[in-house]
Design a protein around this ligand. Structure first.
Ligand code: FE2
Length: 248
Protein backbone atom coordinates (compact mmCIF):
# COMPACT_ATOMS: atom_id res chain seq x y z
CA UNK A 1 0.00 0.00 0.00
CA UNK A 2 1.34 3.42 -0.96
CA UNK A 3 2.29 5.52 2.05
CA UNK A 4 2.65 9.25 2.35
CA UNK A 5 5.21 10.67 4.72
CA UNK A 6 5.30 14.26 5.86
CA UNK A 7 7.24 16.27 8.35
CA UNK A 8 5.71 18.60 10.87
CA UNK A 9 7.21 20.47 13.74
CA UNK A 10 6.16 17.74 16.15
CA UNK A 11 6.89 14.56 14.29
CA UNK A 12 7.35 12.79 11.02
CA UNK A 13 3.94 11.42 10.26
CA UNK A 14 3.33 8.40 8.11
CA UNK A 15 -0.22 7.64 7.13
CA UNK A 16 -1.45 4.92 4.82
CA UNK A 17 -2.69 6.05 1.47
CA UNK A 18 -6.04 4.47 2.25
CA UNK A 19 -6.62 7.33 4.65
CA UNK A 20 -5.22 10.01 2.41
CA UNK A 21 -5.94 9.03 -1.16
CA UNK A 22 -9.44 10.52 -1.08
CA UNK A 23 -8.04 13.76 0.31
CA UNK A 24 -5.17 14.26 -2.12
CA UNK A 25 -6.33 12.86 -5.40
CA UNK A 26 -5.19 15.46 -7.91
CA UNK A 27 -3.39 12.85 -10.00
CA UNK A 28 -6.17 10.28 -10.01
CA UNK A 29 -7.17 10.98 -13.60
CA UNK A 30 -3.63 11.03 -14.99
CA UNK A 31 -4.39 8.73 -17.92
CA UNK A 32 -8.01 9.68 -18.45
CA UNK A 33 -9.37 11.40 -21.57
CA UNK A 34 -8.83 15.14 -21.86
CA UNK A 35 -12.32 16.06 -20.70
CA UNK A 36 -12.05 13.95 -17.55
CA UNK A 37 -8.52 15.26 -16.99
CA UNK A 38 -9.80 18.81 -17.21
CA UNK A 39 -12.54 18.03 -14.71
CA UNK A 40 -10.03 16.40 -12.34
CA UNK A 41 -7.81 19.46 -12.53
CA UNK A 42 -10.71 21.82 -11.84
CA UNK A 43 -11.93 19.65 -8.96
CA UNK A 44 -8.82 18.11 -7.39
CA UNK A 45 -10.51 17.38 -4.06
CA UNK A 46 -12.92 14.45 -3.92
CA UNK A 47 -15.60 13.30 -1.49
CA UNK A 48 -14.40 9.88 -0.25
CA UNK A 49 -16.68 6.88 -0.09
CA UNK A 50 -17.90 5.98 3.39
CA UNK A 51 -17.02 2.33 2.95
CA UNK A 52 -20.41 1.31 4.38
CA UNK A 53 -24.05 2.22 3.84
CA UNK A 54 -25.76 5.21 5.39
CA UNK A 55 -27.82 2.94 7.64
CA UNK A 56 -24.87 0.76 8.73
CA UNK A 57 -24.32 2.58 12.02
CA UNK A 58 -27.99 2.74 13.07
CA UNK A 59 -29.35 3.06 15.66
CA UNK A 60 -26.19 4.67 17.08
CA UNK A 61 -26.18 7.16 14.20
CA UNK A 62 -29.33 7.19 12.08
CA UNK A 63 -29.22 6.84 8.29
CA UNK A 64 -30.56 10.35 7.55
CA UNK A 65 -27.90 11.94 9.73
CA UNK A 66 -25.19 9.94 7.96
CA UNK A 67 -26.55 10.81 4.53
CA UNK A 68 -26.76 14.54 5.26
CA UNK A 69 -23.43 14.55 7.08
CA UNK A 70 -21.57 12.85 4.24
CA UNK A 71 -23.35 14.02 1.09
CA UNK A 72 -24.10 17.59 2.19
CA UNK A 73 -21.82 18.72 5.02
CA UNK A 74 -18.64 16.93 3.95
CA UNK A 75 -19.38 17.65 0.30
CA UNK A 76 -19.62 21.36 1.14
CA UNK A 77 -16.04 21.34 2.46
CA UNK A 78 -14.86 19.56 -0.69
CA UNK A 79 -16.71 22.00 -2.95
CA UNK A 80 -15.29 24.99 -1.07
CA UNK A 81 -11.76 23.58 -1.36
CA UNK A 82 -12.19 23.08 -5.09
CA UNK A 83 -13.40 26.67 -5.38
CA UNK A 84 -10.36 27.82 -3.39
CA UNK A 85 -8.12 25.85 -5.74
CA UNK A 86 -9.45 27.88 -8.66
CA UNK A 87 -8.06 30.99 -6.96
CA UNK A 88 -4.88 29.33 -5.71
CA UNK A 89 -4.12 26.19 -7.77
CA UNK A 90 -1.04 25.48 -5.65
CA UNK A 91 -3.20 24.09 -2.82
CA UNK A 92 -4.09 21.10 -5.00
CA UNK A 93 -0.46 20.07 -5.29
CA UNK A 94 0.26 19.34 -1.64
CA UNK A 95 -1.28 16.82 0.76
CA UNK A 96 -4.06 18.24 2.90
CA UNK A 97 -1.89 17.54 5.96
CA UNK A 98 0.62 20.08 4.69
CA UNK A 99 -2.13 22.67 4.31
CA UNK A 100 -3.11 21.98 7.92
CA UNK A 101 0.47 22.22 9.20
CA UNK A 102 0.83 25.66 7.61
CA UNK A 103 -2.70 26.91 8.08
CA UNK A 104 -1.73 29.96 10.14
CA UNK A 105 -0.36 31.55 6.96
CA UNK A 106 -3.34 30.70 4.80
CA UNK A 107 -6.83 32.18 4.30
CA UNK A 108 -9.54 31.27 6.81
CA UNK A 109 -11.36 29.36 4.08
CA UNK A 110 -8.45 26.92 3.88
CA UNK A 111 -8.41 26.46 7.66
CA UNK A 112 -12.14 25.75 7.78
CA UNK A 113 -12.50 23.65 4.65
CA UNK A 114 -9.23 21.70 4.62
CA UNK A 115 -9.88 21.02 8.30
CA UNK A 116 -13.44 19.93 7.60
CA UNK A 117 -12.35 17.69 4.74
CA UNK A 118 -9.57 16.00 6.72
CA UNK A 119 -11.64 15.65 9.90
CA UNK A 120 -14.60 14.00 8.20
CA UNK A 121 -12.46 11.69 6.06
CA UNK A 122 -10.79 10.54 9.29
CA UNK A 123 -14.13 10.28 11.10
CA UNK A 124 -15.75 7.94 8.56
CA UNK A 125 -12.81 5.57 8.88
CA UNK A 126 -12.83 5.25 12.65
CA UNK A 127 -16.41 3.97 12.66
CA UNK A 128 -17.63 0.65 11.25
CA UNK A 129 -20.74 -1.50 10.98
CA UNK A 130 -21.51 -4.09 13.64
CA UNK A 131 -19.25 -7.12 13.33
CA UNK A 132 -16.41 -5.07 11.81
CA UNK A 133 -15.41 -2.97 14.79
CA UNK A 134 -12.79 -5.17 16.41
CA UNK A 135 -11.17 -4.47 19.76
CA UNK A 136 -8.44 -2.09 20.95
CA UNK A 137 -5.00 -3.64 20.43
CA UNK A 138 -3.00 -4.75 23.46
CA UNK A 139 -0.58 -1.86 22.82
CA UNK A 140 -3.36 0.74 22.67
CA UNK A 141 -5.07 -0.70 25.74
CA UNK A 142 -1.80 -0.58 27.66
CA UNK A 143 -1.16 3.02 26.63
CA UNK A 144 -4.71 4.06 27.58
CA UNK A 145 -4.32 2.41 30.98
CA UNK A 146 -0.99 4.17 31.49
CA UNK A 147 -2.29 7.62 30.51
CA UNK A 148 -5.80 7.53 31.95
CA UNK A 149 -5.90 4.67 34.48
CA UNK A 150 -8.45 2.57 32.59
CA UNK A 151 -10.56 2.46 29.46
CA UNK A 152 -13.54 3.76 31.44
CA UNK A 153 -11.56 6.73 32.71
CA UNK A 154 -10.33 7.47 29.18
CA UNK A 155 -13.89 7.44 27.89
CA UNK A 156 -14.97 9.80 30.66
CA UNK A 157 -12.16 12.21 29.77
CA UNK A 158 -12.99 12.03 26.06
CA UNK A 159 -16.70 12.60 26.65
CA UNK A 160 -15.92 15.50 28.98
CA UNK A 161 -13.80 17.08 26.23
CA UNK A 162 -16.72 16.72 23.84
CA UNK A 163 -19.43 17.98 26.13
CA UNK A 164 -17.38 20.94 27.36
CA UNK A 165 -16.48 22.17 23.87
CA UNK A 166 -18.51 25.37 23.60
CA UNK A 167 -20.40 25.58 20.32
CA UNK A 168 -19.09 23.33 17.58
CA UNK A 169 -15.89 21.33 17.37
CA UNK A 170 -14.21 18.00 17.90
CA UNK A 171 -12.90 15.79 20.70
CA UNK A 172 -9.66 13.93 19.99
CA UNK A 173 -7.38 11.23 21.32
CA UNK A 174 -3.88 12.09 20.10
CA UNK A 175 -0.31 10.90 20.33
CA UNK A 176 1.76 13.93 21.26
CA UNK A 177 5.40 14.87 20.77
CA UNK A 178 6.25 12.84 23.87
CA UNK A 179 4.60 9.74 22.36
CA UNK A 180 2.02 9.83 25.14
CA UNK A 181 -1.72 9.73 24.63
CA UNK A 182 -3.73 12.84 25.44
CA UNK A 183 -7.35 13.95 25.11
CA UNK A 184 -7.90 17.39 23.60
CA UNK A 185 -10.66 19.29 21.86
CA UNK A 186 -10.59 21.81 19.04
CA UNK A 187 -13.14 24.44 17.93
CA UNK A 188 -14.94 24.55 14.60
CA UNK A 189 -13.09 22.40 12.02
CA UNK A 190 -9.65 22.81 13.59
CA UNK A 191 -7.66 19.71 14.45
CA UNK A 192 -4.42 18.82 16.27
CA UNK A 193 -2.46 18.67 13.00
CA UNK A 194 -2.84 22.43 12.56
CA UNK A 195 -0.04 24.77 13.49
CA UNK A 196 -2.65 26.89 15.28
CA UNK A 197 -3.73 24.05 17.57
CA UNK A 198 -3.35 24.63 21.30
CA UNK A 199 -1.96 21.08 21.63
CA UNK A 200 -0.56 19.43 18.54
CA UNK A 201 -0.40 15.71 17.94
CA UNK A 202 -1.39 12.85 15.67
CA UNK A 203 -5.11 12.00 15.91
CA UNK A 204 -5.86 8.39 16.82
CA UNK A 205 -9.58 8.81 17.49
CA UNK A 206 -11.91 11.76 17.04
CA UNK A 207 -15.58 12.57 17.42
CA UNK A 208 -17.55 15.31 15.71
CA UNK A 209 -19.61 17.30 18.25
CA UNK A 210 -21.23 19.65 15.77
CA UNK A 211 -25.02 19.41 16.11
CA UNK A 212 -25.28 18.13 12.53
CA UNK A 213 -23.57 14.93 13.74
CA UNK A 214 -26.26 13.94 16.20
CA UNK A 215 -29.27 16.30 16.36
CA UNK A 216 -31.87 14.18 14.49
CA UNK A 217 -31.57 11.31 16.98
CA UNK A 218 -30.22 12.93 20.14
CA UNK A 219 -31.63 16.48 19.75
CA UNK A 220 -29.79 18.71 22.23
CA UNK A 221 -28.42 15.75 24.24
CA UNK A 222 -24.78 15.84 23.13
CA UNK A 223 -23.70 13.84 26.18
CA UNK A 224 -26.04 10.99 25.21
CA UNK A 225 -24.57 10.96 21.69
CA UNK A 226 -21.02 10.87 23.03
CA UNK A 227 -21.90 8.03 25.37
CA UNK A 228 -23.67 5.96 22.70
CA UNK A 229 -21.03 6.62 20.02
CA UNK A 230 -18.49 4.19 21.49
CA UNK A 231 -20.52 1.29 20.11
CA UNK A 232 -19.83 2.52 16.54
CA UNK A 233 -16.05 2.85 16.93
CA UNK A 234 -13.83 0.82 14.61
CA UNK A 235 -11.21 -0.21 17.17
CA UNK A 236 -9.22 -2.08 14.55
CA UNK A 237 -8.69 1.17 12.63
CA UNK A 238 -8.07 3.17 15.80
CA UNK A 239 -5.44 0.64 16.86
CA UNK A 240 -3.79 0.98 13.44
CA UNK A 241 -3.80 4.76 13.84
CA UNK A 242 -2.10 4.39 17.22
CA UNK A 243 0.57 2.04 15.86
CA UNK A 244 1.36 4.42 12.97
CA UNK A 245 1.49 7.44 15.25
CA UNK A 246 3.98 5.63 17.46
CA UNK A 247 6.14 4.77 14.43
CA UNK A 248 6.42 8.35 13.26
FE1 FE2 B 1 -19.44 17.04 10.82
Amino acid sequence: MRRLTLCTTFAVLTVTAGALAPIHSANAQQNAPATAETAAQSEPFKLPELGYSYDALAPIIDAKTMELHHSKHHQAFVTALNNAAKTDPSIANVPVEELLASVSGRPAAIRNNAGGHWNHTFFWQIMAPEGQRGEPSAELTSAINESFGSMDEFKKAFQAAGTSRFGSGWAWLIVGDDKKLAVVSTPNQDNPLMDVAETRGMPVLGNDVWEHAYYLTYNNRRADYLSAWWDAVNWTKVSENYAKAMEG
